[in-house]
Design a binder for this molecule. Structure first.
Ligand code: MN
Length: 147
């Protein structure tokens, strides 16, 4: 069973992610900031890390930097989870050592696709997680909400 580490400071978001992942058959470990995440990685060697960017103590960017400085963690897939829906952030994230990018609110299908692609458990491996135009998704959401 693949193990996913969720590093996220908001307990509601951690619980939501845990439920989505456990439903898909993953085992889940949690950390509430980057420093705790580094400890959990040492202890339990998860297969993939979902890393919130905005966290106290050690944020997502600093955490992924520390991970990439460690040769034994070079192949650990790290997915940024961020509330920033601004154009350009995705490029900044992918240039900072992350392997993928998911924006909140988390879409269950996108989450599964991103993890499967990075773990190599999905057939269409060319399809890396990519929401190429987040503004369109926001517009669609606003339209559904009648705004
Ligand atoms: Mn946060």
């Amino acid at each position: 069973m693949n193990e996913v580490l969720i590093a996220e400071d908001n307990p509601v978001n951690r619980e939501l992610l845990r439920e989505l992942l456990e439903t898909r058959g993953y085992s889940v470990v949690e950390a509430c900031n980057g420093e705790e995440a580094l400890r959990v990685i040492d202890e339990s060697r998860p297969d993939i890390l979902l890393l919130d960017l905005d966290m106290p103590v050690l944020d997502g960017f600093a955490t992924v930097r520390r991970i990439r400085e460690n040769p034994s963690l070079a192949s650990l897939p790290v997915v940024a989870v961020t509330a920033y829906a601004m154009q350009g952030d995705r490029e900044k994230v992918l240039a900072s050592g992350f392997n993928g990018y998911l924006s909140k609110p988390i879409n269950a299908g996108e989450l599964a696709r991103a993890i499967e692609c990075l773990l190599g458990t999905r057939d269409d491996q060319d399809a890396l997680p990519d929401r190429s135009d987040p503004s369109q998704a926001d517009e669609a959401r606003a339209a559904r909400n009648g705004k």
